[in-house]
Design a protein around this ligand. Structure first.
Ligand code: TXA
Ligand code: MG
Length: 330
């Protein structure tokens, strides 16, 4: 298949919308990561998403909308908590899980009785969704298991020849995927942490919001079980910012004939070793995280990462870093 690279303009949007309605796959920008869009009402289009990504079919997809009115088409029931979250917090980098309507096919929800719904904050994303004029399923537009793409050029690396088009918008501002909040249960639960933190949601709901932290739990977000965000080269992670320990680890790898790189908070502490800044603020770390992993895997053969920020948002970033490192903490 010849993948079309559409510029983000009126023609590009119109073409992207038409392709979605015809049952084709179109990658598009959002503020979190690029998504791989399909018409949620077209079962064969939705199914082709799993093939293009090499994604297990038991990992459900998020349905994307541009207008809150569309929620009623997809969700069977909106609790008072859900109503508050939708009113106050959407649109943002937040996905809400609600009881699904029968019209939502089980290939979207992997057989669950709930559906994940997201209204992006990104103006570009909403312009695309409006042009599509149907609810759009979209996982991150990467090959399953790889770091999510935060620029259209990274979508091209993974998806060229496999999908009809890429809508080439801006690089993603947030850089990690949306918070997934399950509102279908008695007690709200964050299944995947993101930029919208438990604290912010708690403030809106005036109740405690917990974050799921057992990746093997059977309930909840099936996606958290899989290998995720992994660069092609080995990676380890340090969370206490101990530069001596990191240098020791680096020097040992060099002795073994490897070419490691440090992805760290204070690059000046590492002398003449190969080093890249992970970012100066949480926002910067998140924005560049997946791009950094994809850049470094091209030039080196081992990533030694360090991130010691302890803010609520840092916990969401850490969730991705730990998985990228395959839980190898040093
Ligand atoms: O920021 C994002 O959410 C991006 C952009 C493209 O919007 N999308 C994204 O999709 O990250 P994906 O497929 O890579 O991750 C979707 C997550 C998975 O962890 C999946 O298991 C969970 O949402 N999910 C989807 N439907 C669910 C449901 N009904 N119940 C629980 N978890 C669900
Ligand atoms: Mg993903």
């Amino acid at each position: 298949m010849n993948t079309e690279y559409l510029q983000f303009n009126e023609y590009g949007l119109k073409t992207a919308g038409e392709l979605i309605r015809k049952g084709e796959l179109v990658a598009f920008p959002t503020e979190t990561v690029y998504g791989l869009g399909a018409n949620a009402y077209d079962v064969s289009a939705v199914k082709s998403t799993f093939t293009a990504k090499g994604r297990p079919s038991d990992n459900p997809l998020i349905v994307h909308i541009y207008d809150k009115k569309q929620i009623g088409e997809i969700a069977r029931e909106i609790s008072s908590d859900a109503e508050k979250v939708i009113d106050v917090l959407l649109p943002d980098s937040l996905t809400v899980v609600l009881p699904k309507k029968d019209s939502v096919d089980s290939c979207i929800t992997a057989g669950l009785d709930t559906v994940a719904i997201r209204m992006p904050k990104s103006v570009e994303a909403r312009a695309f969704l409006k042009a599509a004029n149907v609810p759009v399923t979209a996982p991150s537009a990467n090959i399953s298991g790889r770091p999510s793409p935060t620029a259209w050029q990274r979508v091209k690396e993974d998806m060229d020849g496999k999908i009809a088009a890429v809508l080439c918008g801006s690089p993603c501002d947030v850089g990690i995927e949306s918070t997934v909040l399950d509102l279908s249960r008695e007690q709200p639960l964050i299944l995947r942490p993101g930029a919208v933190t438990a604290e912010r949601i708690s403030d809106v709901l005036c109740k405690t919001v917990n974050v799921l932290n057992d990746p093997n739990s059977k309930v909840n977000s099936p996606g958290v079980r899989y290998k995720h965000y992994a660069p092609k080269i080995p990676m380890v992670l340090n969370v206490d910012g101990n530069a001596d320990k990191l240098c020791g680890y680096y020097d040992e790898l060099v002795k073994q004939g490897l070419r490691p790189v440090l992805l760290v908070e204070k690059p000046s502490l590492y002398g003449l070793r190969s080093v890249k800044s992970i970012g100066d603020t949480d926002e910067e770390v998140a924005r560049n995280l997946f791009e950094n992993l994809r850049l470094l895997e091209e030039k080196y053969d081992y990533i030694i990462a360090s991130f010691s920020s302890k803010t609520p948002f840092a916990q969401s970033i850490l969730n991705r870093l730990v998985r990228s490192a395959g839980h190898n903490l040093i």
